[in-house]
Design a protein around this ligand. Structure first.
Ligand SMILES: [Zn+2]
Length: 269
């Protein structure tokens, strides 16, 4: 039997319990002090911030995309050309998907957020980013049946531990009630990083790289899909994904991303 389990009541026991209580209070106070001393820092500028990961100053610097924009590609127009006017890009090379929308332009602050989510495990950023996406994609999400995140190849998923597009899709699911099919699309061959590749190289790099898994066909066939990704650059990746989903008989494929490159010649990743 443990001698300490039923000790005779003594001065030392009283002291010991008093000490334990004092220690508990001290550690609680210590935690509180730490919370006060170490506030969350803005992910973009490292200034203290409460809550969402971006301070008011950086939030103001994000370029949220608002109408007028191309109804097909979501590229912002400098002036309003009138209803249903498509961008030159949409007319010259129409994508496999129906519509694309993005929350923000891919600029410095957006790039910092995307990189923090993708490479620094800052999953705490996903809720704010996902909410902005849900707002930007309201039109697409109203009639959607299923959300499909752009998958990582398993080798990259392994080294990165989680898929940032999947994390964003989960937030949008919570916001809208549209379910995520996280395993619907598979990367069936590894692809080179798209960074530094020309537009035609990007397209051939991802061509045939995606497939709807046989076991997941029923989640896709006849359904209106919204494909979720973090960044849209040339659109080659989402286009290849959309083709795979349409081959699996998706009724339609729309694309919703956090950020899109608006001038791809001037804003390299
Ligand atoms: Zn900031």
């Amino acid at each position: 039997m443990d001698a300490e389990a039923s000790p005779p009541l003594s001065i030392s026991t009283h002291w010991r319990s008093a000490l334990a209580a004092w220690r508990g209070a001290w550690s609680r106070a210590g935690k509180l002090a730490l919370d006060i001393a170490l506030p969350t820092l803005c992910v973009a500028c490292r200034e203290p911030v409460d809550g969402e990961g971006v301070c008011a100053g950086c939030w103001a610097k994000l370029s949220f995309i608002a109408p007028p924009f191309c109804p097909r590609l979501g590229i912002p127009f400098v002036y309003d050309p009138g209803p249903d006017m498509l961008s030159m890009e949409a007319i010259a090379s129409p994508p496999a998907y129906t519509r694309a929308r993005a929350a923000v332009r891919y600029d410095d602050v957006a790039r910092t957020l995307v990189h923090a989510l993708k490479y620094q495990d800052r999953t705490d950023l996903a809720p704010a980013m996902g909410r902005w996406m849900a707002r930007a994609g309201r039109e697409l999400l109203e009639n959607a049946d299923v959300l499909v995140p752009v998958p990582l190849h398993w080798r990259r998923a392994w080294s990165r531990r989680y898929n940032q597009s999947g994390a964003l899709a989960r937030i949008i699911e919570r916001q809208t009630g549209v379910k995520v099919a996280p395993e619907a699309l598979r990367r069936i061959r590894p692809t080179q990083q798209q960074i530094g590749l020309s537009r035609p190289q990007r397209a051939s790099n991802v061509q045939g790289a995606f497939k709807v898994a046989n076991s997941e066909q029923s989640q896709i066939a006849g359904r209106r899909v919204v494909l979720i990704d973090d960044v849209l650059t040339s659109g080659a990746t989402v286009d290849a994904c959309a083709r795979a989903l349409l081959r699996a008989k998706a009724a339609s494929v729309d694309v919703l991303v956090f950020a899109r490159v608006v001038d791809s010649h001037r804003t390299p990743i």
